[in-house]
Design a protein around this ligand. Sequence first.
Ligand code: MG
Ligand code: MG
Length: 248
Amino acid sequence: MIYRKSPEELAVMRRGGRILAGALERLGEMIVPGATSNQLDAAFAEILAEAGATASFKGYNGFPAHICASPDDVIVHGFPNDDPLQEGSVISIDLGVLYQGFHTDSAWTFPVGAVGPQVSLLLEVTQAALRAGIAQATEGNRVGDIGAAIEAVVQPSGFELVQEYAGHGVGRSLHEDPWVPNFGPPGKREKLASGMTLAIEPMVNMGSPDAITWADGWTVATADGSISAHFEHTIAVTSEAPLILTTR
Ligand code: MG
Ligand code: MG
């Protein structure tokens, strides 16, 4: 069941998305060598309390933290901790904001200090894939067009898309229909219509596309230990260009 949002509901999600984007920007400024992801988690909780919002992930199926913090080979769903961030590494920060009954969801992979050229390229390719996917999220297109556009950006890079995890509808529930995979074929799956709100989120590995889950039951990491990147926005399908809800 796909829930299309009214203009009023979209306005609420836009406000929540703005809160999320501001928080993500603030957390990004805190990402320097020696900082810890637990500090980011605490800062996010504080920002949301001031904004009258709450963290979507805290307590979601028992998730223990406000943010997902996924360093280096961790793809998604990492727990924040007290390990100092290391120069040259990366950390993916995934945030969910619940504001006036609606969720928004966005993630960004940040370099910690200076990173190598391959890592920079991985971040650029994954961001470009997200942009390409979003551009296809227009009325009359199909969900498969989003994934096909993402695939078309990543495939020539030699990096690998994670296939086991995908984007999703988002709104009153953090995860709603439809499932938005990061691969094609184009022209398949659900037809996109105005008022649909989707979290589009390519996850790209430098090495093997395969993922493993740690014994904690949450942390998803690359099977071969290679670095992974994750960029995500919540967008609304409109009759014109897609509206990115999770920007300032
Ligand atoms: Mg997310
Ligand atoms: Mg998501």
